[in-house]
Design a protein around this ligand. Structure first.
Ligand code: ZN
Length: 294
């Protein structure tokens, strides 16, 4: 069994030009829940002037059904993001920093160390207020500005967020630079440093066509939690040419074909992807919704 963290409503939508209404975001999230998704990154608490698509974070959470069996996550980059998140019913803080200074200075206007200091406080206060905390490390497999990111820098950032109180770590390939051999090697370093008990997740972008190959490499290394985006929607406004996340229904199809459970309904996910494509008024990247289930 693998766990999917659906990031379409956040990572997916934030890079779309078409401004999506709060009502449609809530409808999308409700469809995903009825398709079997239990872990959803529903929004981000970031500067609305920089990411206008996420300006309605509070309103989205206000309108979502209260579901004990579903985990709603919200991305934060700063302490002010935490303050907004604490005024909502969000379940989990997705506390995010890049692991390369060059990228983080553009994305969060802070060095990695500055972000880690601020986020440590945010994690501690968030947990105190009853929220869960998940540490998300961007550019973990390479930075579009600085190139290679030493694995020691990624381990150090993870250690800092785990010490702060995060119950899990997700390694994000923000601009699709990872390859399967590297994925296996980074995971081996994480297991060597933190042991098998660490809840590790992976977040891949399909920028260079390696999203599913990297997902499979992660699975074969023992990872059981993967971020993905319905219809392959996604990107990042600060990452040049960062096209979509790994597509949820394409990933489910791969695991389904391998006999690995995901807890979702593949046919229904395809319907949701097609519905979204119609709403977005542009062809989306998902393959299965074009080819159909074999
Ligand atoms: Zn991403």
């Amino acid at each position: 069994m693998i766990e999917i963290c659906e990031v379409g409503p956040r990572d997916g939508l934030q890079n779309e030009k078409k401004l999506v209404s709060t009502e449609t975001k809530v409808e999308l999230i409700q469809k995903l829940i009825s398709n079997g998704i239990k872990n959803i990154e529903v929004t981000s608490f970031v500067n609305p002037k920089v990411v206008p698509q996420m300006a309605d974070a509070e309103e989205v959470l206000n309108r979502l059904p209260n579901r004990e069996d579903v985990r709603y996550g919200g991305l934060i980059l700063s302490y002010s993001g935490l303050e907004r998140a604490l005024r909502t019913s969000v379940d989990f803080l997705h506390v995010t920093t890049a692991t390369s200074d060059a990228f983080n200075l553009k994305n969060a206007k802070r060095t990695v160390n500055q972000s880690l200091d601020e986020l440590t406080r945010a994690v501690q206060d968030g947990i105190q207020a009853g929220k869960g905390a998940s540490g998300v490390l961007g550019t973990a497999f390479g930075c579009p500005y600085a190139g290679d990111v030493p694995v020691d820098d990624v381990l150090r950032a993870a250690e800092s967020l785990l010490k702060a109180g995060c119950s899990e770590i997700t390694l994000a390939d923000t601009t699709g630079m990872a390859n399967p051999a590297q994925v296996k090697s980074v995971i081996a370093s994480f297991i060597a440093a933190f042991g098998d008990d660490l809840s590790l997740g992976l977040h891949f972008h399909n920028t260079r066509g390696l999203g599913l190959a990297n997902t499979l490499a992660g699975y074969e290394s023992g990872v059981r939690r993967f971020d993905s985006s319905i219809a392959g929607l996604g990107g990042c406004p600060f990452a040049p040419k960062a096209v979509g996340n790994v597509c949820t229904e394409d990933m489910v199809n791969m695991f389904y074909g391998m006999g690995i459970q995901t807890g979702t309904d593949l046919a229904q996910l395809i319907e949701t992807a097609k519905w979204l494509e119609e709403y977005m008024e542009r062809p989306l990247d998902g393959m299965l919704m074009k080819a159909g289930i074999a």
